[in-house]
Ligand binder design. Structure first.
Ligand code: KIV
Ligand code: ZN
Length: 511
């Protein structure tokens, strides 16, 4: 019988540490539900001590998710562990993940602690976490640059104290695959009680080796991989979940491990994360990039038509790529709408959410003749945000754009139910619109990112706009889709400003 390889997703924690990828509590719950549906084994939902917002997000995920273990991160200090334990109280299955750095440079320069103190603190942290759950993960941070003998000492001590998973992070992405694989092998062989814990790995991608290092670790005995969708994460990111999972599944001849994850949900999860965070996926990204399964060259196309396996090592449908079908039109009913979205992996959490999305669908169908799957996906992301977006609403927008003239926008917004109007000129129609919005909202925020993409092909495609806005240290993303890209831009900006208006603690959760 094969060993089980545990897939631990940290999109909501390490992924969110990527500057600008912050998510609201509701967005985290939506992603967590998609991860649960994909059968991810463990979902790291956040770092509860980092902020009230993070605490509430972990709490919300913990009380929603039933089929995956929900994990909260804590430094090896009592207050962090207690906060994580408290956030996880409602969880069906809870794990506390505690960590302390073990590399000479981190202990000396960052912690200013001696190795003896670090071992003591690690043991105390695991013991304290056991007050809340028996499922304890311990990470020696910067293990990839720690001394082997010391690592063995710390790990043996934390396993004795009750750690059930020992996670080896290559925190700064410094290791090479053969070296990292060897490290895992040595640890498992040398630590006398290593059979009492699952060995896990957590690799960063600074040298582009996060997936390679993770796979080398699995070949050498690691039985949990920590990863994120689309490889989101600090700096160059973490190991990409979709790449790790598909490598292990595709190369069963080398990996004697079973993975519970249902790969057919990978593409929809990847898109959800990309839309919510505003981090677009490059077209040539493995597995989830738009071109990942596209054969452009004649020789390839000919080969694939004769026998798919000549050029394809995986089937696009196995990771959830479906044809972008033209599915619905203005006469389609609510049932057809709900059914197609279910096929696309979208479940509505309430009738209210379904109704909001259906109303938007009808509105779109009046303006756009053919509605594709991708239009539906964008529409439901917007409908989800619309339910929480109560304070700012776009009522109407008129923009004049003429050669040789400065574009002018006149906008009417509903602010807390009261209509307010403003005019502004700008360098372009979007600039004029944003200036008019700012005259009303007076957010004094800084627009850090503005990006627009076509959702489908053709000039009648909806424009899909993502913005990232910063205000007093809080960073939020906003999305908007519409066949008129200026209106899509206004919606995205309002979506972001609305999030900033909700009084919540959205500090960037740094360790
Ligand atoms: O990269 C890292 O070391 C981490 C730890 C908290 C596991 O994210
Ligand atoms: Zn990390």
């Amino acid at each position: 019988m094969n060993d089980k390889l545990i897939i631990f997703d940290t999109t909501l924690r390490d992924g969110e540490q990527s500057p600008g990828a912050s998510m609201t509590r509701d967005e985290k719950v939506r992603i967590a539900k998609a991860l649960e549906k994909m059968k991810v084994d463990v979902i790291e939902a956040g770092f509860p001590i980092a902020s009230q917002g993070d605490f509430e997000s972990v709490q919300a995920v913990a009380s929603t998710i039933k089929d995956s273990t929900v994990c909260g991160l804590a430094r090896a200090v009592d207050a962090d562990i207690d906060r994580a334990g408290e956030a996880l109280i409602g969880a069906h299955s809870a794990r506390i993940h505690t960590f302390i750095a073990t590399s000479p440079i981190h202990m000396r320069e960052k912690l200013r602690m001696t190795p003896v103190e670090v071992v003591e603190r690690a043991v105390q942290a695991v013991q304290r976490a056991r007050r809340y759950t028996d499922n304890i993960e311990f990470s020696p941070e910067d293990a990839g640059r720690s001394e082997l003998d010391f690592l063995c000492r710390v790990i043996e001590a934390v396993i004795d104290a009750g750690a059930t998973t020992v996670n080896i992070p290559d925190t700064v992405g410094y290791n090479l695959p053969h070296q990292f694989g060897e490290l895992i092998k040595n640890l498992i062989e040398r630590i006398p009680n290593s059979d009492k814990a699952v060995f896990s790995v957590h690799c960063h991608n600074d040298l582009g080796l996060a997936v390679g290092n993770s796979l080398a670790a699995v070949l050498n005995g690691a039985r949990q991989v920590e990863c994120t969708l689309n490889g989101l994460g600090e700096r160059a990111g973490n190991a990409a979940l979709e790449e790790v999972v598909m490598a292990v599944k595709t190369r069963r001849d080398l990996f004697s491990c079973d993975i519970r994850l249902d790969t057919t949900h990978i593409v929809s999860c990847s898109r959800l994360v990309s839309r919510i965070t505003g981090f677009t996926v490059q077209p040539n990204k493995a597995i989830v990039g738009a071109n990942a399964f596209a054969h452009e060259s004649g020789i390839h196309q000919d080969g694939v038509l004769k026998k798919r396996e000549t050029y394809e090592i995986m089937r696009a449908q196995d990771v959830g790529w479906t044809e972008n079908r033209m599915v619905l039109g203005k006469h389609s009913g609510r049932n057809a709408f709900r059914t197609r979205l279910k096929e696309l992996d979208v479940d509505f959490s309430s009738e209210e959410e379904l109704n909001a999305a259906f109303a938007r669908f009808k509105e779109l169908a009046d303006r756009k003749h053919e509605i594709y799957d991708d239009d539906l996906q964008a529409l439901v992301t917007d409908a989800g945000t619309q339910l929480v977006q109560e304070r700012l609403k776009l009522v109407s927008l008129k923009v004049c754009s003429e050669t040789g003239e400065k574009p002018e926008a006149r906008i009417t917004l509903s602010v807390d139910g009261k209509e307010v109007q403003a005019n502004a000129v700008g360098g372009g129609p979007v600039d004029a619109t944003y200036k008019a919005i700012e005259k009303i909202v007076k957010s004094q925020s800084d627009l850090q990112l503005y990006s627009v993409n076509a959702i489908t092909h053709g000039t009648d495609s909806q424009g899909d706009v993502t913005v990232r806005v910063e205000q007093g240290g809080s960073i939020v993303n906003g999305q908007g889709a519409d066949p008129d890209i200026v209106i899509a831009s206004a919606k995205a900006y309002l979506n972001a400003l609305d999030k900033l208006m909700v009084p919540m603690d959205r500090e960037h959760p740094q360790i």
